[in-house]
Design a protein around this ligand. Sequence first.
Ligand SMILES: Nc1ncnc2c1ncn2[C@@H]1O[C@H](COP(=O)(O)OP(=O)(O)OP(=O)(O)O)[C@@H](O)[C@H]1O
Ligand SMILES: [Mg+2]
Length: 241
Amino acid sequence: MNMKLQVAGIDTGYGRIPVLHGVSMCVAPHEAVAIIGANGAGKSTLVRAVCGLLPLGAGSITKDGREIGAMPAHQRVQQGLGVVLENRNLFGELSVLTNLQAAQHQGARRQVARRFSLDDVIELFPFMHGRLDSAVELLSGGEQQMVAIARALLLQPDLLVMDEPSTGLAPKVLRHIVEATAKLRERGLAILLIEQNVALAAEIADRAYVMSLGRVVQEIQPHEWGRIMENEDLMRAYLGA
Ligand SMILES: Nc1ncnc2c1ncn2[C@@H]1O[C@H](COP(=O)(O)OP(=O)(O)OP(=O)(O)O)[C@@H](O)[C@H]1O
Ligand SMILES: [Mg+2]
């Protein structure tokens, strides 16, 4: 079976500064996988390498069996990779609708069986109904996060990568994002979630990888979540808990 995403032994970093060392991980079709680890572990660097913002020094990245490790970011989008970056990368001065339409336009180039429409993403995050004409920078952090996810969905991905979508969000907004994620899985999307909150990761993801100092140091299988959260040494060593 081809993996939705297969990262094999990648090294990358910033200029001459090495950050990731031989990182391997995978996401199977329809699977939700989390990457957990303390600040500075290299989680966002992995996201940047996967979506094409950092060149690989070694290793490979395949999506559905096809090598994407040397493709520019926009071509990876055409391969069905949707990414919500840590900084969300929205056009702050432009309206919610304009942000969504830009993505819709780009996503229209992808041939997929069942598309996410504008109505679909508004249904997923109903607050947007009344806010389509608002400038994105005037929205709350949680609202902006939802716009960023909606925008990624309009690129028509089959793998959605989210870098710490929960950062700074109120519990209620968090609930909403957890529920939305469950709905996306029902629609067959595979998910790669970067998340420092282990309990939240356990709720959303089937399995996880723990990163520390630029390496994958542990894999957490579906039945192991409980044991991990009770393991204070591991939580302290790798997760800064
Ligand atoms: N633009 C950059 N230039 C140089 N070094 C960087 C850059 N971005 C990150 N780093 C370094 O790479 C390492 C990994 O950072 P990264 O952002 O991937 O961590 P993270 O696991 O996402 O952390 P956090 O939980 O705080 O988001 C850190 O040591 C960081 O200082
Ligand atoms: Mg990060």
